[in-house]
Write a protein that binds this ligand. Structure first.
Ligand SMILES: C[S@@+](CC[C@H](N)C(=O)[O-])C[C@H]1O[C@@H](n2cnc3c(N)ncnc32)[C@H](O)[C@@H]1O
Length: 346
């Protein structure tokens, strides 16, 4: 089966992702208690406590978790130097991240002492840090993005709808990526250092909780093919480069002899953060606008390229109309898995 490079796994730039990523922010918040437990237990050795925020995007959703980690470390040491490195793909909008860090009241740097922020622009499916240097790793809503799309998905853009050998190809790629991710972190983490992952996951049937929204998007794309606004070949090649691992798939690499010991594995379903407001206001247009912006922030680069353009504008306008006509169809109840692991002594 042919392997297509995953391009444009990054989020919409110009700070757009930061402005339209409430669900991801809500998911991150669910992982904070695990990060606090980790920060209370990791050894405070070395000249500085090194934290990695892996797949940070533009950083807004990292501010609360990093603040929580700093507070937990500060409760143990008032003056230990803390170094936080945000990592993402080279094409990520790091400018938005550094502007936020320097000037937003949300920034964990505001009011902090002896805390330093850095960035690294390289894939987390490879080594990012020298061996034996990290104390804490944080990764939220990012490892479902694959290193590559293994093949096209017939009649859909989203892997939970892949079947047969297409599904097998996505599953195999995801298993390989997860192993690669864990092997790289295992080398980087110090003995007894910890990794917390807030994973976008799947139920036992492989559904991630956003099937309705993705069907709305797929129907709009098919309508654009029928109107000849998008060529059939172009549609056939469109795929969001993600796969949603089940709990069993996430836990598989953790064995009695693996270098990382799984300490916690907690499934959660994320309540839709936009729906309560819709129920209060019944403003279908506002609901559709919020949902479309959320969807656009993570899907435009992979579906239409970073430049977007008039066809992308038309597509997202169509998605917005469909959601406004039937808000309940777009509601997402994302399946999450909260994981916490510790590096066994070498
Ligand atoms: C949905 S965003 C989550 C961002 C942030 N952690 C949050 O909670 O809002 C997923 C991020 O993972 C990044 N990403 C995807 N594949 C990656 C890879 N192979 N290496 C590093 N980052 C990756 C994307 O660029 C994107 O910024």
């Amino acid at each position: 089966m042919m392997t297509t490079d995953a391009r444009h796994s990054e989020m919409e730039s110009g700070g757009y992702y930061n402005a339209h990523s409430r669900p991801q922010g809500s998911a991150s918040e669910l992982g904070i208690p695990l990060l606090e437990r980790a920060a209370r237990e990791v050894p405070l050795d070395g000249p500085a406590l090194q934290i990695a925020d892996l797949g940070s995007s533009q950083g807004k959703n990292s501010m609360l978790p990093m603040r929580a980690a700093i507070a937990a470390v500060r409760a143990r040491s008032a003056d230990l130097t803390i170094a936080i490195t945000h990592t993402d793909l080279a094409s990520n909008d790091f400018t938005a991240l550094f502007e936020l860090l320097q000037s937003s009241p949300l920034s964990y740097l505001s009011g902090a002492t002896n805390v330093y922020a850095y960035a690294a622009g390289s894939s987390f499916y490879g080594r990012l840090f020298p061996a034996d240097t990290l104390h804490l790793g944080w990764n939220s809503i990012a490892v479902h993005w694959l290193s590559a799309v293994p093949c096209a998905i017939p009649n859909h853009i989203w892997s939970p709808y892949a079947q047969g050998e297409v599904r097998d190809a996505f599953r195999a790629r995801a298993a390989q990526d997860w192993n690669t991710f864990l092997e790289a972190r295992s080398a980087e983490l110090r003995n007894a250092a910890e990794l917390v992952v807030v994973a976008s996951s799947a139920d036992d049937k492989g559904f991630a909780g956003a099937e309705g929204l993705m069907n709305v998007a797929n129907e709009e794309l098919l309508a654009m093919v029928r109107r000849r606004r998008i060529g059939a070949d172009r549609y056939d090649a469109m795929a969001i480069p993600t796969y949603y691992r089940t709990r069993a798939e996430f836990e598989a690499p953790f064995t009695a002899s693996s270098s990382l010991e799984l300490l916690e594995s907690i499934p959660q379903v994320l309540d839709d953060p936009y729906w309560p407001e819709y129920e209060r206001t019944h403003d279908a247009q506002a609901f559709a606008a919020s949902y479309t912006a959320f969807f656009r922030a993570f899907s435009e680069p992979c579906l239409f390229g970073e430049a977007g353009g008039p066809v992308a504008d038309e597509f997202y306008a169509g998605v917005q109309s469909r959601i406004a006509a039937d808000p309940a169809a777009a509601v997402c109840r994302w399946q999450l898995l909260l994981l916490r692991a510790r590096r066994r002594p070498r």
